[in-house]
Write a protein that binds this ligand. Structure first.
Ligand SMILES: Nc1ncnc2c1ncn2[C@@H]1O[C@H](COP(=O)(O)OP(=O)(O)O)[C@@H](O)[C@H]1O
Ligand SMILES: [Mg+2]
Length: 391
């Protein structure tokens, strides 16, 4: 249709992952929102508090995990809405064909006091987060991550694990299994004399899933490390390393030996962990060490702009690997991505996205920063929980 200004737009890869329809219901500051998209990238502009990040957050819930704000399920419901239910539904083009995915708050879970998400894939209820990971993949960059290298290891560990989901979908399930067993063990230890058989079983689960988690992290970082070592255009080369008890152990020991060693270590640590009220050693404490590849400098000592460039280099390299592994790059959710980027890097980023063939969702307060994407991306103006396509 000639009335459609997007009809002539290039779409770099004909079957790469692309959101074609989005519907939000009582989600954050959106009462209802229905939008359709071409397969090209999307630019969302609007003032602070308009709902740009909320929109990216909605998309981030379509992959395993808690989304880009790690929000509680209840916090996602529009404040004014009763009874606090929310839903996100998307139609996505994938290499395997069109897929409909819906995620929302489970009304039954609310009644029972066990808040959960309800997940539907092609109209059928799905229980597993991993199933979602098979269908969709997305990575994101948020302004909070500008501090990733300056803060403690938890943010970097989550960043690594989130990227590793795309590499190994079972990673999400293993992290959940590990976390559940770890919390249960901490609870038992704190409550006083615990059944040793029960503790043994929980520690067995922690050791099994923990070693698998560490193995995946090591394998993924080796894989990514090769792809990111060389500088690409204005983006620096990056040197990566996993740091952690199990990750280090696996450098010299077999997984079976590491599993046995960690299991007996956990048994030895029971008294200390009971006093601490938590598990003091394990893959939940690991870190990702990042260095500027060319300068050899730890990322924390690089400039803010360089840190952002390191993050983007990692994200783009991961997306290229995913494109090879899965036949399509992930959706890229890039919140306020132009902050701290000079214009050379900004243009290089736009070009890299296009070369990749990814549908990127980019936000910013000023449309001017995205000027060079005019005609190549779809622009929407976001205001007070509504989004309007711009010509
Ligand atoms: N559960 C909620 N119900 C209603 N409004 C919300 C909810 N959560 C956040 N908001 C509001 O959504 C608005 C838009 O947020 P956000 O998407 O972060 O804006 P921005 O466009 O700056 O990225 C904020 O003003 C915030 O107060
Ligand atoms: Mg925002």
């Amino acid at each position: 249709m000639s009335a459609n200004p997007l009809a002539a737009m290039p779409s770099a890869t004909t079957d790469s992952l692309a959101v074609r329809r989005l519907q939000l219901t009582d989600f954050r500051n959106y009462a209802t929102l229905r939008l359709s998209f071409e397969a090209t990238s999307v630019v969302l502009t609007g003032p602070n508090g308009a709902g740009k990040t909320n929109l990216l957050e909605a998309l981030s819930l379509l992959v395993p995990g808690r989304g880009l704000r790690r929000a509680r399920i209840a916090a996602l419901a529009r404040q004014e809405a009763q009874p606090g239910l929310w839903a996100v539904a998307v139609g996505v083009r994938t290499p395997a064909g069109a897929v409909e995915v819906g995620v929302g708050r489970d009304p039954k879970g609310m009644e029972g006091g066990r808040d959960r998400r309800l997940l539907r894939i092609n109209g059928r209820d799905s229980r597993s987060q991993a199933a979602l990971g098979e269908v969709l993949h997305a990575t994101w960059l948020t302004p909070e991550m500008d501090r990733l290298f300056l803060e403690g290891p938890s943010g970097r560990r989550r960043f690594l694990d989130r990227l590793a989901f795309g590499f190994e979908p079972a990673h999400a399930t293993r992290l959940a299994d590990y976390g559940r067993a770890m919390r249960e063990r901490s609870r038992l230890l704190q409550e006083g004399p615990a059944d040793p058989g029960w503790l043994d079983a929980l520690e067995e689960t922690m050791a099994e899933s923990g070693v698998a988690i560490a193995e995946t992290r090591r394998a993924y970082v080796r894989h990514l490390g090769k792809a990111v070592a060389e500088a690409t255009g204005p983006f620096p080369g990056v040197a990566l390393e996993t740091e952690g008890l199990l990750e280090a152990g696996l450098a010299t020991e077999t997984p079976a030996a590491m599993l046995a060693r960690y299991r007996s270590r956990l048994a030895d640590l029971r008294r200390r962990d009971a006093e601490a009220g938590l598990a003091t050693e394990g893959p939940h404490r690991s870190d990702l060490a990042v260095r500027h590849g060319t300068k050899g400098m730890p990322a924390a000592d690089c400039s803010t702009g360089e840190q952002k460039a390191l993050l983007i280099a990692i994200l783009l390299a991961d997306a290229r690997l995913q494109r090879v592994a899965r036949g399509t790059p992930p959706l890229l959710l890039l919140d306020e991505v132009t902050a701290h980027l000079d214009s050379a890097r900004r243009q290089a980023l736009f070009e890299a996205i296009e070369t990749l063939g990814a549908q990127a969702w980019m936000t910013g307060t000023e449309a001017a920063l995205f000027q060079s994407l005019k005609g190549r991306a779809q622009f929407f103006r976001v205001l007070d929980g509504a989004a309007v396509a711009e010509a």
